[in-house]
Design a protein around this ligand. Structure first.
Ligand code: GUN
Ligand code: ZN
Length: 441
């Protein structure tokens, strides 16, 4: 029986149900592609994905939307992004600690004005959706009211958002600090209010080891123990000055991860951003724990943080996904972020080719794995949520010419990763619901 409301979408369809890093570059098994494809969706779920003609023959009565000439991909999953930093994208020329002090933290302090935070949150969720991002792991604000505004804006938008109150009790600016007790109480209140409400999930969010004392890290441990399925997000191994300072603050720590290890924060529910300067011992422990790394190539280049050792992460078996790291990063576009990863890995000391299959995987299913949501989202296997993006470059654009000229669908996908921005994002759906349609607010 096919449910009422079932719908067939016709376009060229790409997804990566297999992990492309398990195959050589160019192996056709890495990328599932249906050139004249059909995505059959009903009750917010994928019923089937395959060749249009055979789905049409099996379901002759189902209405069809004809998007031929366009492309359908799974919704993008941004696994590291800061909502309070929307207005500071583009402050170039800094390094991490100086950027935090002079650019990021003054703006984060403004989130104490709740109406300003609410306006930022609304702009933020609109920006995610209009760039084709359907799920995001988001750093909230240091203020509970501002973080609640992000959750409210996310709920109203229909996006999947995992977020939490940012916790810090030293080294930032006094107005951004909470006491550990306050952090515990306020986090619990937000968890009770928002975790698993609709498409929302909660992530315990210590900003980074430099801004959290042992007492605050212990609060994080307690929250993870008390709420078995909340996630954890933080930063690690981003910048060499940061790592030198960590050694001063935690003289007992053999490496950066040891600080998080001690407080039980290296878990399969944890996503740590950057990890550029990781040691082999840290990679081993992350792989064993199932802790994921959010790679943020635009931010890494913009802040001069370094070149991410992707090959070493893949070899160690660490789950890596991609994050935009707005506002240290360069914008909300996950395809642009994928391209930035490709460019940096071409030039890495240990180069690695990221073809279109790998870029699609890193920006979709890998993010779902990082968030432990891969049974629900990330590709078009039957039964998954119908989260997808309809891409079509503007007529007469250079990208339209490149896509039209492409001698294979794979080539068209790499042209999309190279040039597609929000002007190519026509429609975005989460669980079958429209969350963005070009030209509509
Ligand atoms: N480390 C601690 N806070 C931040 C932040 O806001 N952005 C980045 N890129 N790194 C951080
Ligand atoms: Zn960040």
């Amino acid at each position: 029986m096919i449910a009422v409301g079932t719908h067939l979408f016709r376009a060229t369809i790409f997804h990566t149900p297999a992990n492309p890093f398990d195959f050589d570059i160019g192996d056709p098994r890495a990328l599932t592609c249906h050139q004249d494809g059909g995505l059959l969706a009903g009750d917010g779920r994928v019923v089937a994905c395959g060749e249009y003609e055979s789905l049409r023959a099996e379901h002759p009565a189902v209405p069809t939307t004809d998007w031929r000439g366009g492309f359908i991909v799974p919704g993008f999953i941004d696994s590291h992004v800061h909502f309070p930093q929307l207005r500071i994208i583009g402050a170039l020329g800094h390094t991490l600690l100086d950027w935090l002090e002079h650019v990021a933290l003054p703006e984060e302090a403004r989130m104490s004005e709740t109406p300003y935070a609410a306006d930022t949150a609304r702009r933020f969720v609109r920006a995610l959706a209009s760039h084709g991002t359907t799920t995001a792991l988001v750093f909230g604000a240091h203020f509970p009211a501002a973080t609640a505004e992000l959750f409210e804006a996310a709920a109203a938008s229909g996006l999947r958002v995992v977020s939490g109150l940012v916790l810090s009790d030293r080294r930032l600016r006094p107005e951004l600090h909470q006491t550990p007790d306050q952090a515990y109480r306020e986090s619990r209140q937000l968890i009770e209010r928002y975790h698993k409400r609709g498409r929302l999930l909660y992530a315990v969010t210590p900003r980074f080891a430099l801004s959290t004392t042992d007492a605050m890290l212990d609060v994080c441990r307690r929250l993870l123990a008390e709420y078995q399925d909340v996630r954890l997000q933080t930063h690690i191994n981003e910048n060499s000055d940061e790592i030198a300072e960590l050694a001063r603050l935690f003289p007992w720590a053999t490496d950066y991860l040891a600080v998080y290890d001690r407080y039980g924060l290296t878990t399969s529910r944890s996503v740590m951003a950057h990890n550029i300067h990781a040691t082999s011992a840290e990679l081993e422990r992350m792989a064993a724990a199932g802790t994921a790394v959010a790679h943020c190539p635009g931010s890494n280049a913009a802040l001069g943080s370094g070149v991410f050792p992707l090959s070493r992460h893949v070899e160690a078996g660490v789950v890596c996904s991609i994050g935009t790291d707005v506002g240290g990063g360069i914008g909300f576009g996950m395809m642009k972020e994928g391209l930035q990863a490709y460019l940096m890995q071409r030039l890495a000391p240990d180069p690695q080719i990221l073809d279109a299959a790998r870029l699609l995987y890193l920006t979709t299913l890998a993010g779902a794995k990082a968030l432990d949501l891969d049974s629900e989202i990330g590709d078009f296997r039957a039964g998954k949520a119908a989260d997808f993006v309809y891409l079509r470059p503007p007529a007469d654009s250079v990208l339209a010419s490149a896509v039209h000229q492409a001698d294979s669908p794979q080539r068209a996908l790499s042209a999309l990763f190279t040039m597609a921005g929000p002007e190519s994002v026509r429609e975005v759906r989460v669980a079958g619901d429209v969350v963005h349609r070009m030209g509509e607010l």
